[in-house]
Write a protein that binds this ligand. Structure first.
Ligand SMILES: Nc1ncnc2c1ncn2[C@@H]1O[C@H](COP(=O)(O)OP(=O)(O)O)[C@@H](O)[C@H]1O
Ligand SMILES: [Mg+2]
Length: 378
């Protein structure tokens, strides 16, 4: 398990050098946010950050929100390093002008003993769209998914993929359906081969708008999704039963805390579960979804192992779409994506208590367990 290792140099106690690990927890937590964005309240910060602060205060801990900007990076780093035992990252890195500096700062903080909630590499590995591909062959991901990292492979292989049926091509960045395309070949070729000049119907999950164009043109348009660090396109089957809704499992580390059932708008081309596109959300307790909760509980260790063995994020979601097993006719839950970087819980503010408890327990454990001999081995 990759953990946030903290080494404290040996301390001089009287005339004896005590080489044990630091026993005192720094009981201050910094919450990073970014300015702007639709998730902010009247006073500029996320409305669901305040209850975390209040819950920590009740435990006798202190915390504060810091708005990250590249320009202030050095000062923020020094302040956090000196004051905080842990940080909570509540920034959507895709919304920063560049995520490089932010991740660099988080990495340095972890290196210098601040507990990362989550560690930047955990954020990257759990939250990237290729998490679905990395879980291929498990109970929650079918074999028929792939991920492209360069334009040549995408251009060479995506047409053949479309010959198998309607696909969803997903860019890695963004989180509101932008660059998430349902792609369907119109007038399929009788010999089953799909060529670049065939017309495709492309529907974007951002707003369910439809564009029709030759496949070659769509592929060229997608070149931007493959640019730069983290550039990739996930290619998975379009799951018809998205009409019944996307099922979001809200996680606090390894426990399911609630379920959000997101039903796309009732319109012919609608497949998006985003609020902006008109989807309707229903909040449900886990006991309404016993089968799914069982699957999630079984899958969490596999998810953790396959996605790099990082500590589980504090707050994260696992999003599923229903499918039907062609052999048994039974329901199957297919992983659509994992969100690990800036999950909100504005509708369930009472969760702040559990979140604060988890932070405190975690920091206390980090302070007493020697990371060379961890409590939880794989
Ligand atoms: N394989 C799929 N089949 C059907 N609909 C899908 C599929 N994958 C994604 N969607 C729809 O597209 C929306 C956006 O895709 P998602 O993977 O959640 O990306 P984002 O990061 O933009 O939220 C989902 O909320 C869901 O409604
Ligand atoms: Mg999503």
């Amino acid at each position: 398990m990759v953990r946030n290792l903290r080494f404290f140099p040996p301390r001089q106690i009287g005339n004896r050098v005590d080489s044990c690990w630091e026993e005192n927890v720094k009981t201050h937590v910094v919450i990073f946010e970014a300015r702007g964005g639709t998730d902010k309240g009247e006073y500029g910060y996320r409305p669901d950050s305040k209850p975390i602060i209040d819950s920590l205060t009740q435990k006798g801990w202190t915390s504060e929100i810091i708005f990250y900007r590249d320009e202030d990076r050095g000062e923020i780093y020094r302040h956090t390093c000196a004051k905080a035992g842990a940080y909570i990252s509540r920034v959507n890195p895709g919304n920063l002008p560049s995520e490089v500096g932010y991740f660099q700062m988080l990495r340095e903080l972890v290196k210098h003993g601040v507990i990362g909630l989550p560690h930047p590499d955990a954020m990257i590995n759990y939250g990237a769209k290729n998490a679905v591909e990395k879980l291929k062959g498990t109970e929650i991901v079918p074999e028929d998914v792939k991920c492209y990292y360069d334009f040549e492979t995408f251009k060479a292989e995506f047409p053949a993929s479309l010959a198998n049926g309607v696909r969803v091509a997903k860019q890695n960045r963004g989180s509101t359906g932008e660059g998430i395309w349902r792609v369907e070949v119109l007038d399929a070729n009788p010999n089953g081969v799909v060529s670049l000049d065939q017309m495709v119907k492309c529907t974007e999950a951002k707003d369910n708008h439809v564009e029709t164009m030759p496949l070659g043109e769509f592929i060229d348009f997608c070149v931007k999704y493959l640019d730069g660090e983290g550039g990739m396109i996930l290619d998975m089957p379009f799951l018809e039963r998205i009409k019944e809704g996307e099922i979001r499992v809200f996680m606090l580390r390894n426990s399911v805390v609630n379920i959000v059932h997101k039903k796309p708008a009732d319109a012919p081309d609608a497949f998006s579960a985003t609020l902006f596109s008109g989807a309707k959300y229903t909040y449900e307790t886990p006991d309404k979804w016993p089968e799914l909760v069982g699957i999630v509980n079984r899958s969490v260790p596999v998810i953790q192992r396959r996605l790099g063995n990082y500590d589980l994020p504090l707050i994260w979601t696992i999003d599923f779409i229903l499918d039907t097993d062609p052999e048994t006719g039974e329901d199957k839950y297919v992983l659509g994506e994992i969100n690990a970087s800036c999950v909100g819980f504005s509708t369930h503010l009472e969760l702040s208590e559990d979140i604060a408890n988890e932070i405190v327990r975690l920091m206390e454990a980090e302070a007493v367990v020697n990371p060379n001999w961890m409590a939880f081995a794989n």
